[in-house]
Design a protein around this ligand. Structure first.
Ligand SMILES: [Fe+2]
Length: 348
């Protein structure tokens, strides 16, 4: 039986200076500190009820510690361990986190080496949804998604959809013209399903909760984390974040945007923390409740896909990403070259 993964839950970033990271995440963007010790800051946002959604862990080198998903039942963890064993993936059970009454957690290095954690049981905390007097910074509501770079997006698509039960909402084809005859139309969903099975996949947006994604996989040097996305209440919150960062002398932390994506329709802003870990502040994608809705197809060379208004992303957004951690050794994983070389035609 396919395990029931509920949603994106939390991420752990490695940072070289906790105090400096705090000025970015807490003082500027308004993340709340839920717990801290000499090695870690545990941060959360307005609408969340989990113990935390972002952990900053002091480390000599920056990068990604892990990405975590919550599952529906404890038995889903056993199902995931079985899949990892069948697929020959490195995996291990982690000790319970007594501090947060987190139940047992399964760590899996996915087929490309992305470090994943899965958990079922976690202490609930009081949210601050209607504590408006406490809302600050970008007024981030909740964690939304992960975005990774891997060397073979087709392989990632197959594993996440067929083994873990993810659904593809949108994707980018490396080939401009579909390989199957026909024309996209909402009245012809079977055409879209045949396209996603036959196109050269440049990137794929995969979800379990009913919005555009919980995890996206993009063609690139990998395994690397491109960014973690956080949901903001509205577009004005994103514009406020720009003003706050600028007024605090952090203009170099703003990498791309604000703007609107064609793919996902979301209003976005990409930021780099002081260790160049990347986050996206994101709002305005859409609801997907019907799993028979076919994925939306985008050609890689369609300018509106990346930014609906046609603005070009900076080179750093395409080239730079965070290395990820080996779940056994704690070292940063080696990377491989991507399956598809080159860039979208609109990138200079
Ligand atoms: Fe994103």
């Amino acid at each position: 039986m396919t395990p029931n993964i509920l949603r994106t839950a939390h991420a752990e970033f490695r940072v070289t200076d906790l105090e400096r990271a705090k000025t970015f995440y807490v003082d500027a963007l308004g993340f709340s500190i839920l717990h801290q010790d000499s090695e870690r800051l545990y941060l959360g946002n307005i609408e969340e009820r989990d113990p935390y959604s972002l952990v900053l862990r002091k480390s000599a080198q920056p990068g990604l510690g892990h990405l975590a998903f919550k599952v529906e039942r404890e038995s889903d963890l056993d199902g995931l361990a079985w899949i990892a064993g069948e697929d020959g993936l490195t995996h291990k059970w982690l000790e319970q986190d007594s501090k947060y009454k987190m139940g047992r957690t399964l760590a899996i290095q996915d087929p490309h080496g992305i470090p994943l954690h899965f958990y079922y049981e976690a202490e609930r905390r009081d949210w601050s949804l209607q504590k408006y007097s406490e809302h600050r910074g970008a007024r981030i509501q909740r964690i939304d998604h992960f975005n990774c770079q891997v060397h073979d997006v087709r392989r990632a698509y197959e594993w996440y959809t067929k083994r873990l039960g993810f659904h593809c909402s949108e994707y980018t084809a490396a080939n401009d013209v579909p390989k199957v005859p026909g024309e996209y139309s909402p009245a012809n969903p079977s055409f879209s399903w045949r396209c996603v099975e036959t196109d050269d996949l440049w990137a794929t947006w995969l979800h379990r909760k009913p919005n555009v994604h919980d995890i996206a996989m993009m063609n690139g040097i990998g395994p690397r984390l491109h960014h973690v996305g956080f949901w903001a209440y509205d577009r004005l919150s994103i514009l406020d974040a720009c003003d706050i960062l600028a007024s605090m002398g952090m203009v170099d932390r703003i990498e791309r945007g604000p703007g609107r994506h064609g793919l996902s329709n979301a209003f976005f802003l990409y930021l780099r923390d002081f260790d160049n870990n990347r986050i996206e502040i994101y709002t305005g994608d859409y609801l997907i409740t019907d799993w028979d809705v076919p994925p939306v197809r985008w050609s890689i060379n369609d300018k509106r896909r990346a930014t609906f208004w046609g603005h070009l992303p900076p080179k750093s957004w395409f080239d730079e990403a965070s290395l990820v951690e080996d779940i056994v050794t704690g070292d940063l994983m080696p990377t491989s070259e991507p399956k598809f070389f080159g860039r979208p035609s609109f990138v200079v």
